[in-house]
Design a binder for this molecule. Structure first.
Ligand code: 5GP
Length: 144
């Protein structure tokens, strides 16, 4: 049962928040951290996670913390649009493994969509290097 289970403090995103795992950041404040997905499904695939909370998913997120976090989700989605000028943007998240969730710390995906370009596979394929991610990250960072 992955929809409701104890929060694992050793999940990958908790390690990123602690500084125990490298990441290519685009935004950070006291509420949220946004960084590039290492298995990008599209150019500019960005993740945004809440800080100072042990929420595995959207359903676990304390309601009083949701508003500030969602403001950051919109802020970063707007920055992705401004930086990359996509034809569309998907903002999505999954709750529980059967729904497609693979990392159990709440996160939203921000996925720029370009006409005629198909999405890559979810959480699969070849891991992007920081050197590959940084040029796009720097454009998003500058637009936040
Ligand atoms: P989920 O499947 O839980 O909705 O999304 C987890 C996302 O995290 C996937 O898109 C996957 O590619 C990404 N991911 C997995 N491991 C890492 C990692 O170590 N660093 C980063 N930046 N992203 C990761």
């Amino acid at each position: 049962m992955t929809l409701h289970a104890p929060y694992d403090p050793d999940n990958i995103f908790a390690k990123i928040l602690r500084g125990d795992m490298p990441h290519v950041s685009v935004f950070e404040d006291e509420v949220a951290l946004a960084f590039m997905d290492v298995f990008p499904q599209a150019e500019g695939h960005t993740l945004i996670i809440p800080k100072k909370v042990e929420a595995r998913n959207f359903l676990d997120m304390p309601t009083e913390k949701l508003g500030a976090y969602m403001e950051r989700v919109q802020q970063v989605a707007r920055a992705v649009e401004k930086a990359l000028n996509p034809d569309g943007v998907v903002v999505t998240q999954f709750n529980g493994a059967p729904a497609g969730q693979t990392v159990f710390h709440l996160h939203f995906h921000i996925l720029p969509r370009f006409e005629g370009t198909r999405l890559g596979a979810h959480a699969a394929g070849q891991m992007a290097t920081p050197e590959q991610l940084e040029p796009i990250a720097s454009r998003i960072r500058a637009a936040v």
